[in-house]
Design a protein around this ligand. Structure first.
Ligand code: 0A1
Ligand code: ZN
Length: 876
């Protein structure tokens, strides 16, 4: 087993592998408790490997049964976590390794394991070494041939990467299937599935006219819920051809959904494996949000076929090379499938709720880190979401044309490579003719840059002067920061709401973008007859904290007139955030901040403005997230008072518009049959947002209960139940709706997860007790990551008043769960432990309670490295 303390892996110590494995033949004899794996590897010394170099392969808990070199048994040092052979030939040779593994005992869900009786694998990042000894690193690329043998009734379907080969019956009820993947790939992309699963099939004709057989496999009984996944896959394949010219490259593309999975999904070559939460959908069981998530995750995994698989990473420090880029691609896909501003709002919200707190706390790290103790802890919002924002900025910095040619060059030049961020950036330097050395700091410096903006209008001279200043706060191991290249999109508006043309001034102010590259910069806009209104950071053109002390009337103006709908939302969101934080600071949230009148009116206007997209109106009505508000406070935060301030603001909107919202709500309720399209989803989102306000305004759950009873779809059923549970937790309507919900869906764990999530989010001091009670529910199975995330994750991340109870009960609850989960599933436990990351920003009582809890938890003996690493960093 791997050691608990672990060693630190450093980027600066990278060296190519001593031995390569150009080809590997694997034979699996699947058995629940003792699966036998026979690997025949063609091995050769790498260029530059001196003769006599010891061969060292990785292992993790595997039992060695047999070892031969060129057909002869040989001497080797084997332990469960390493294979060492001293004298190997200095030329190509064959290594045969037979190992035994126990899939059923594998609750870590890494390597080969069983989920509800289905054999499946998860090899990223370092799971392949739990199957056989191998140079388990992404720069060793091999051609895989796989033969799977299993009992036909236990595992009638046998899948692996690549194209299918022979299959047939064997003796004593066994059967076999062979697969061959012609594309060399790193071991983390290996996959195998065996089980009694059911496929839904379709085909896709690629741009060059090849037919690809598509299959989406699920557990028996769930096969009626695969339609949306198949549809999303076909749209993804088409989009990648049209947008990036990327064609699929095998005869088959299979997806398998399993119920126990540590993450969302995995891009194994030709055989994606998914958490079934992100496959299964029909109107009765999935919400609009589920539909949107499925669409984007299917796209994400599919897009990895080029950004990740055909071009992979040289080492795990380059993780953002595939992840940031692929997130960027799936964002673009979603924007094309749906409303661009609405998807952008959702992206920025996610970034602010998940990445900004990470970047502001003890777990902050660069998009491309330079060291790690446990790579599994680097599948973070920084690598994924900030990594995607960096690509988005790159596109602004070098312009559309250069960006497109840079991408084309990257695909062309690095196809088949295990590449680095430097390789990637070089393509864009060549395509644009610009140096990107300063831009590259986005990959190397952690922390969210802070930009302060100030304006001064000179009536006499008719100029508007804008002064910008940037700094990046210190983060672990990085005290001093260089200025980064920040592209700030902007516009100027005249009094009538018209956008003013802004002539290019210089390289640094062109095409309505300010390129802030120094610590400070002053820009003058001339010939401004009247004071214009400045819209800064349009489209959230850079992942920064913008500190712009803009007059409220200018923000209100932008919230009314900004033509870019994302930016219009941004103005509104800033207004609401400032109003709530002022109320928090001035009165502990008891009283509404002064000067909010115009803002409150705006909510009425936006809700009713039928020229606006309904999904956008729904987002305009949903107030800033509590977690984001807590982060904006930075120091000595009191989540109870934040909650109060947000409620006070919500209440003020309600008092002003309750009646109008009620009328509008009724006009939106529709008995059209359910359709997941963005327009219908937008209507439902607005309807549910309004319902939330009405329920408070009327101090009654009647409307919500009525829609709950009449709805024909999960979006409205779960949406109304959530309004009831969060607004009126103790009411009769809520109890009745909840009972109906449990009765109807009790046997569907994914739907019960929604209920667990609602229970977890009910605010207040009894939240920890409520969560504890839910843990005794038969549906809460702690070996399944989805259950733990639904209940414990929602509690820790989505219920600040409950989790941050001043007496520490919330913290201790999380610590207990981490302690229990850690021994079975280190990755899941470590992820749960990251919820402590904001403890230093709390007030002293909470801080002390969190500190004690963390110190206690760290004392637990036998904590896996994954958890220890998070705790050590969180406490540092
Ligand atoms: N590459 C996958 C994410 C993933 C990472 C690790 C996993 O197991 C520990 C599983 C999936 C993606 O980006 O979708
Ligand atoms: Zn990914």
């Amino acid at each position: 087993m791997r050691s608990e303390v672990g060693t630190t892996v450093k980027l600066s110590n990278y060296a190519p592998a001593a031995y390569l494995v150009p080809a590997i033949d694997l034979t699996f004899r699947l058995d629940p408790k003792r699966t036998i794996v026979r690997a025949v590897m063609q091995v050769r010394p790498n260029l530059g490997t001196p003769p006599g170099t010891e061969l060292v392969f990785d292992g993790d808990g595997v039992e060695m049964l047999d070892l031969k070199l060129n057909g002869e048994p040989i001497e080797a040092k084997t332990s469960p976590d390493e294979l060492r052979i001293e004298n190997v030939p200095h030329e190509a040779f064959t290594l045969e390794i037979e190992t035994a593994i126990d899939p059923e005992a594998n609750l870590a869900l890494s390597g080969l394991y069983r989920s509800n009786g289905v054999y499946c694998t998860q090899c990223e990042a370092e799971g392949f070494r739990r199957i056989t000894y191998f140079p388990d690193r992404p720069d060793v690329l091999s051609v895989y041939s796989v033969r799977i043998e299993a009992l036909a009734d236990q595992a009638p379907v046998l899948l692996s990467n690549g194209n299918p080969g022979e299959s047939g019956a064997l003796e004593a009820g066994w059967h076999f299937a062979e697969w061959h993947d012609p594309w060399p790939k790193p071991s983390y992309l290996f996959a195998l599935v065996g089980g009694d699963i059911v496929g839904s099939f379709d085909t896709f004709t690629t741009m060059s006219g090849r037919t690809v057989d598509l299959g989406v496999y699920v557990e028996r009984g769930k096969e009626d819920r695969t339609g949306w996944a198949v549809d999303s896959l076909k749209r993804s394949m088409k989009w990648d051809e049209e947008t990036f010219g990327r064609e699929y490259d095998l005869d088959v593309f299979n997806i398998v959904a399993v119920s126990d999975f540590n993450m969302g999904a995995m891009e194994n070559k030709g055989l994606n494996i998914f958490n079934d939460k992100y496959i299964l959908a029909d109107p009765q069981t999935a919400t609009d949000v589920d539909y949107a998530n499925i669409e984007t995750i299917i796209a994400h995994e599919y897009f990895h076929n080029w950004t990740g698989n055909r071009i992979t990473c040289r080492d795990w420090f380059q993780l953002c090379l595939k992840e940031g880029l692929t997130v960027y691609r799936d964002h673009e896909f979603s924007a094309d499938m749906r409303s661009r501003p609405v998807t952008r709002i959702a992206e920025v919200r996610t970034l602010k709720v998940a990445q900004f707190p990470e970047d502001a706390g003890p777990l902050a790290h660069p998009v491309r880190p330079t060291s790690y103790r446990e790579i599994n802890n680097f599948y973070t919002a920084t690598v994924y979401e900030k990594g995607s924002e960096v690509i988005r900025m790159l596109r602004i910095v070098i312009g559309e044309k250069a960006f497109q040619s840079g991408m084309a060059l990257y695909f062309d030049r690095h196809d088949g490579d295990a590449a680095t961020i430097e390789d990637f950036l070089t393509c864009f330097e060549e395509a644009s003719g610009r140096s990107l050395s300063q831009f590259a700091l986005w990959y190397h410096q952690a922390g969210t840059p802070q930009v302060t903006a100030q304006t001064a209008y000179d009536e006499q001279a008719q100029t508007l002067t804008l002064t910008l200043e940037q700094s990046t706060p210190p983060t672990p191991e990085q005290n001093e920061k260089e200025p980064v290249h920040i592209p700030i999109s902007f516009a100027l508006f005249g009094a009538g709401g018209e956008e003013l043309a802004v002539p290019n001034q210089s390289e640094a102010v062109r095409d309505n973008v300010i390129h802030l590259t120094d610590r400070e910069m002053t820009i003058e806009f001339q010939e401004m007859e009247n004071r214009p209104v400045l819209s800064l950071l349009r489209g959230f053109s850079a992942p920064i904290n913008l500190n712009f002390d803009q007059p409220i009337e200018d923000r209100i103006f932008l919230a009314r007139h900004e033509g870019d709908l994302y930016t219009r939302w941004q103005a509104l969101d800033r207004l609401a955030t400032d109003a709530i934080i002022s109320s928090y600071r001035d009165s502990g949230g008891e009283q509404l901040a002064s000067g909010t009148d115009a803002l409150l009116d705006l909510y009425g206007e936006m809700a009713a403005d039928e020229r606006l997209d309904t999904a956008w109106r729904a987002l305009a009505l949903s107030l800033p997230n509590e977690t984001t508000l807590v982060r904006e406070i930075e120091r000595n935060a009191n989540p109870d008072a934040i909650h109060k301030a947000r409620e006070t603001f919500f209440h003020a909107i309600t008092s002003r518009h309750g009646e109008a919202f009620g009328i509008l709500y009724e006009s939106l309720v529709s008995n059209e049959p359910y359709s997941p399209d963005p327009q219908s989803a937008g209507r439902r989102a607005l309807e549910l947002a309004l319902l939330d306000y009405c329920t408070m305004a009327e101090n009654s759950g009647e409307r919500a209960k009525k829609l709950f009873d009449e709805a024909d779809n999960m979006t409205e059923r779960a949406g109304t139940l959530e309004v009831l549970m969060l607004r009126r937790p103790a009411s009769q309507e809520t109890a009745a709706a909840r009972a109906t919900f449990e009765e109807r869906y009790g046997s569907n764990p994914l739907i019960m997860d929604k209920l667990l999530g609602m229970v977890a989010k009910i605010p207040g001091s009894d939240a920890p007790e409520r969560v504890r009670a839910a843990m005794t529910h038969p549906n809460y199975v702690e070996t399944n990551p989805n259950r733990v995330r639904a209940l414990i994750g929602s509690f820790a991340a989505g219920n600040p008043t409950g989790f941050h109870q001043p007496d520490g009960t919330g913290y201790r609850l999380l610590a207990e769960v981490i302690g229990r989960v850690a021994t079975r599933n280190p990755q899941l436990a470590a992820r749960m432990a990251t919820h402590f990351r904001s403890w230093k920003g709390m007030d002293s009582t909470r801080r002390e309670a969190a500190h004690q809890t963390l110190l206690e938890l760290r004392k637990t003996s036998g904590l896996p490295l994954d958890v220890r690493d998070i705790l050590d960093r969180t406490l540092s």
